[in-house]
Design a protein around this ligand. Sequence first.
Ligand SMILES: Nc1ncnc2c1ncn2[C@@H]1O[C@H](COP(=O)(O)OP(=O)(O)OP(=O)(O)O)[C@@H](O)[C@H]1O
Length: 246
Amino acid sequence: MATLLEVSGVSVTFDGFRAINNLSIAMAEPELRAVIGPNGAGKTTFMDIVTGKTRPDEGRVLWTERQIDLLKLSESQIATAGIGRKFQKPTVFEDQSVRDNLAMALANKRGPLSVLMWKASAADRARIQDLAEEVGLAARLDHRAGHLSHGQKQWLEIGMLLAQDPRLLLVDEPAAGMTPAEREHTTALLTRAARSRAVMVIEHDMEFIRRLDCRVTVLHEGSVLAEGSLDHVTQDQQVIDVYLGR
Ligand SMILES: Nc1ncnc2c1ncn2[C@@H]1O[C@H](COP(=O)(O)OP(=O)(O)OP(=O)(O)O)[C@@H](O)[C@H]1O
């Protein structure tokens, strides 16, 4: 497994408060990784750094075997370079069908202008069908996105991100607000997506993380407190003290 993302010695200070403190994290490709930690540990800020939303005061963020310096790229250049991000709240086009949402995501990959002039080819239509099957919405391709359940909207958005073929997918609290059955479906979806790419999931739900069955990074006060299997990190006394024992 080659290193896809290498974050090293990164720090960020907001108004004198060190939210990220000499943080180093590496992701391989493919890999599924869970990131946990108490509120304010720096999980969201870490993703903001990787996607170019927040610039660190120091440190390096290198991308792919070509060692591209992500700190020199804009947010849109980083997205184009292959990093997709799913925020907690689903943001799909509610008035459009599932099919049209996926079609727009496919068109968007070719540049914002092509969305206006785009006409799906046979290959695009097949890809839309594949994406819908991958996220479990094949039976709902012609339903309005606004009529989907919360969980289904989340899957649609993941499908829209997958349409852009990211090499790294960052997912923020996917299980929040989902029914147990939806959670199970989401676990399967993310596990499958991580077979051919890197997927990093921020989550608080320990049962969900257990089902992901992957390496876990525990953040605390902007640094890595522990890393390894879920069993390894949950037996770590420092992790128990700052996170699990609370
Ligand atoms: N733009 C900002 N300006 C000032 N402080 C910020 C900013 N963004 C984040 N912080 C602070 O940095 C710290 C880390 O926040 P962050 O949102 O990354 O934590 P988190 O681990 O994602 O927490 P949660 O689990 O609650 O989402 C917090 O103390 C937060 O208040």
